[in-house]
Design a protein around this ligand. Structure first.
Ligand SMILES: Cc1cc2nc3c(=O)[nH]c(=O)nc-3n(C[C@H](O)[C@H](O)[C@H](O)COP(=O)(O)OP(=O)(O)OC[C@H]3O[C@@H](n4cnc5c(N)ncnc54)[C@H](O)[C@@H]3O)c2cc1C
Ligand code: FES
Length: 474
């Protein structure tokens, strides 16, 4: 069936080999998405107990799709595009190193004022502001398509007009990319930053399919986003248990709907919006279960989902996933005031997907490797680099912005990116007077956006981090 909003530009048809089988796919797809579209849900097995593993995050962050591609083990197939004739094998259970040494890799080098790590809304905004102020900017993103999580968000944004209220996330990504196109930033896609050796400047190691790159930058903005959370329950590793973002990637980036019926865990905005998006894709959404006594997301989203016939079961949790090779059902249970399951209240749904919308954890590997001070801040989703209101970390010339500085929203990610990009450029002596105006305005908008009751928790977390920053950064 046609999607009511999206049109998929699938590109040329290609064929690849999967364990002796020819699979037809489109060149715009990732290997994992092409396999799921063929009904191949087991992408590998767990190393110890040999349990089947399937697609979970879809953005290269969970390792459940590691496969051997053209003899190279441990390739993240969810962010690797299909190519004509490529050889794909599952690992049983671990990959083997190739017998022959790999061909000599071509290494790249680059020298820039600012390196932005991650091209989501935060990174794109940082790159735009810094480029506008005259900085030589490079952006490295490990995905094939730039735009971060925006490229799968089909709903319209809230907030103010200056921050794209009423515009769909996918369109915001296009606007930011068009803006950046007119500036002279250098893009590296399928480029994973694996280390930043920070001294007086930043010596950054980037892994790309062609070989390693070395980028020397006076400043870096880390905008690497977040990882989806998992929760403990029996069979939580069965193929068919997916993260909300992973499922959105399959449906909205690749046009693949991997099942017919779903149970969603978590009634925050992500769970609510996803329920609606699944219904749009023709999936039977049996229920949303939420362990808390109230809905975490906006009332308007909850009302819409309920109107469409999806029950939101508060004070309920998932007891187990049912199935052997893939999800065949979900057992839920009511919980008491202390969140303990109430025996005898179990209920079973026949579903082939269990979707977890249970929060995100900031991706902070790069700042932590570089030695940035960090703290565990539950209000911001977990470990975050200590940063001040200008997004400076304790490492000279290193900034964080967006979800990697604390889980929030795409709008605040863009605003933080603008502050970090402009501040970094000003510190390098590039039009500091103009930068000051940009920073002041973005900080004003951030404060206004965070003044509502939904942001109270984040504001508490940010204030704790800023206080620590006074001790750590000065
Ligand atoms: C399922 C889901 C639904 C959401 N729904 C909404 C919503 O409805 N409204 C809303 O406002 N927000 C929503 N959000 C949150 C919003 O998408 C994020 O807050 C926002 O995208 C954060 O922007 P970011 O730039 O910090 O990170 P991201 O958009 O995640 O971008 C990070 C980028 O960094 C890249 N990257 C990561 N590590 C590396 C590395 N080592 N090297 C190179 N590149 C790297 C990634 O490929 C990615 O492109 C949702 C998030 C999820 C996961
Ligand atoms: S790393 Fe590919 S699904 Fe998570």
């Amino acid at each position: 069936m046609a999607h009511p909003i999206l049109e998929f530009d699938r590109g040329r048809e290609v064929e690849f080999n999967f364990e002796g089988r020819r699979i037809r796919a489109f060149e715009s797809e990732s290997i994992a998405a092409a396999l799921v579209a063929e009904g191949i849900l087991t992408l590998g097995w767990s190393p110890k107990r040999r349990r089947p593993r399937g697609f979970f995050c879809g953005i290269g962050k969970c390792s459940s799709c590691l496969m051997t591609v053209d003899g190279v083990p441990n390739v993240r197939t969810c962010i690797t595009p299909v190519r004509d004739g490529v050889e794909v094998r599952r690992q049983r259970p671990l990959g083997e190193l190739p017998k022959a040494p790999p061909p000599e890799a071509k290494a790249g080098e680059l020298d820039v004022d600012l390196l932005v790590i991650g091209g989501g809304p935060a990174g794109l905004s940082a790159a735009i502001e810094a480029s506008r102020l005259g900085a030589r900017v490079a952006i490295a993103d490990e995905n094939v398509r730039p735009g971060g999580q925006l490229i799968k968000q089909t709903h319209k944004f809230f907030g103010s007009r200056e921050n794209y209220a009423g515009v769909r996330g996918i369109e915001i990504a296009r606007i930011l990319l068009r803006e950046l196109d007119g500036l002279s930033a250098t893009w590296l896609t399928r480029a994973t930053v694996i280390a930043d050796y920070a001294g007086r400047s930043h010596d950054v190691v980037v892994s790309t399919p062609e070989g390693p790159w070395r980028i020397r930058a006076d400043a870096v903005v880390v905008s690497t986003g977040a990882t989806e959370n998992m929760i403990p329950f029996p069979n939580n590793d069965l193929p068919g248990v997916m993260g909300a973002g992973g499922l959105q990637t399959l449906m909205h980036v690749f046009g693949v709907v991997p099942g017919e019926s779903a149970l969603i865990v978590g009634a925050g905005n992500v769970g609510l919006i996803l329920a609606y998006q699944l219904l749009q894709a023709g999936v039977d959404v049996k229920a949303i279960v939420e362990i808390m006594p109230k809905i975490g997301g906006y009332a308007v989203h909850a009302a819409k989902v309920r109107r469409m016939g999806v029950p939101i079961l508060l004070r309920h949790t998932l007891r187990r996933a049912v199935g052997r090779e893939r999800v065949e059902g979900a057992e839920i249970v009511r919980v008491d005031e202390s969140f303990r399951p109430i025996e005898g209240t179990e209920e079973r749904f026949d579903v082939d997907m269990i979707v977890l919308a249970v929060g995100l954890t900031p991706s902070t590997e790069v700042p932590r490797q570089a030695g940035a001070a960090w703290d565990y801040v539950p209000e911001l989703g977990g470990p975050v680099p200590i940063h001040d209101p200008y997004l400076r970390t304790s490492v000279e010339g290193m900034y964080v912005a967006g979800d990697s500085s604390g889980i929030e929203e795409a709008t605040t990610a863009m605003l933080e990116g603008r502050v970090a990009g402009a501040h970094a450029a000003a510190e390098l002596g590039l039009r500091p007077d103009r930068a000051e105006g940009v920073i002041k305005e973005a900080l004003r908008q951030l404060e206004s956006f965070r003044s509502g009751p939904f942001s109270a928790k984040v504001v508490r977390g940010k204030q704790r981090v800023w206080e620590r920053a006074r001790e750590v950064i000065g």
